[in-house]
Design a binder for this molecule. Structure first.
Ligand SMILES: Nc1ncnc2c1ncn2[C@@H]1O[C@H](COP(=O)(O)OP(=O)(O)OP(=O)(O)O)[C@@H](O)[C@H]1O
Ligand SMILES: [Mg+2]
Length: 313
């Protein structure tokens, strides 16, 4: 059989030759990784939700190996769902780091799956690629030690079979979903030290049998007024380190109006709005120290306007 060896010690590190990675795996790294810790901290989210996530991930590595699956049928899958730009992928990567930090003596690894590289227009190829990924690459990594797998945009791999149209090779996709489910069951049985962190913008497009296998489905909300203020302030503080003139925006009397104006935008959009404010005029673009609270307010209004017209379209 043509198997790609993927023991923990053999997995190439980031920056290593990508050709050496098995098909479907975009990147691997050993955990903990402080860069991912910074990601976790950068996502402003209700502390209770962060704690719930971390607790569920920790439970996977404490309890699963000790309790029979007939008692507690854990599959080792956590799904983060929510609108685009709400921080799901960043949180999932950060969660992998934080989980590994709880078990300092264990040799954790993170595998990041690139679902689009598995889907193929050739009949039968997707199912085969999915099966190989789970039963070979992921299984071999899990044999080597505690493993966390990021399944970004999981609706691509576990598409809702009940909603498939007859276009775009549905039989193949149908079989790919079947393969994911079969493999998840098999891996859950065999590897209690394996955790999947899945994300989706379209939970309604994810197969219900996949949803049913999730140990936790967490909806990541759009930031509320307070969180918008924190994201804005975090972004402006970061910029202030390079352009000291930007720091004054945080203490301006209009800051609170800016924060409230951001309600309805996701975290990514809020950070982009700041970039738009810096690009308000050629002068601010050439010297971002010249940006004013009015530039920021106008950029926020433009983003909100764009969003509301898009919503109506
Ligand atoms: N709650 C938040 N707090 C701070 N920054 C945020 C927040 N949400 C998103 N961001 C910022 O937005 C950017 C996008 O985040 P990320 O890619 O994790 O979102 P996502 O939910 O995975 O998006 P998509 O659904 O489009 O894949 C990141 O730079 C992140 O820092
Ligand atoms: Mg994402």
């Amino acid at each position: 059989m043509n198997r790609t060896p993927l023991n923990h010690g053999e997995i190439p590190r980031i920056g290593a030759d990508k050709m050496a990675l098995p098909k479907g795996i975009q990147r691997t790294r050993s955990l903990p990784d402080p860069a991912l810790g910074a990601l976790w901290d950068s996502i402003i989210l209700d502390e209770q939700l962060k704690s719930q996530l971390l607790s569920q991930a920790a439970l996977n590595f404490t309890v699963r190996g000790k309790v029979d699956r007939t008692v507690l049928p854990l599959h080792g899958v956590i799904l983060l769902s929510g609108a685009p730009g709400t921080g799901k992928t960043s949180l999932a990567r950060g969660l992998a780091h934080r989980t590994a930090k709880l078990f300092p003596t264990s040799n954790f690894r993170l595998l990041e799956v690139e679902p689009h590289s598995l889907t193929s227009s050739a009949m039968g190829k997707t199912q085969r690629a999915v099966s190989d990924l789970f039963s070979q690459a992921i299984a071999e990594a899990a044999t080597g030690g505690p493993t966390i797998v990021l399944l970004d945009e999981v609706e691509t791999l576990a598409a809702d079979r009940s909603k498939m149209s007859l276009e775009a090779n549905p039989i193949d996709i149908h079989r790919a979903t079947d393969a994911v489910l079969v493999q998840l069951d098999a891996l859950a049985e065999q590897f209690p030290q394996l955790l999947f962190l899945a994300t989706s913008n379209f939970p309604e497009a994810v197969d219900s049998a996949f949803m049913s296998r999730c140990d936790l489905v967490l909806q990541i909300p759009l930031p509320d007024g307070k969180a918008c203020g924190q994201i804005l302030s975090d972004c402006l503080t970061g910029l202030g380190q390079t352009y000291s003139g930007i720091s004054k925006l945080i203490i301006s009397p209009q800051f609170e109006r800016c924060a409230q104006g951001c309600v309805g935008l996701d975290g990514r959009a809020i950070r982009k709005v700041v970039a738009n404010a810096l690009a308000s005029t050629p002068e601010t673009a050439m010297d971002p120290n010249k940006v004013t609270p009015d530039h920021l307010l106008q950029a926020i209004q433009a983003a909100k306007q764009h969003r509301s017209t898009k919503g109506k379209a």
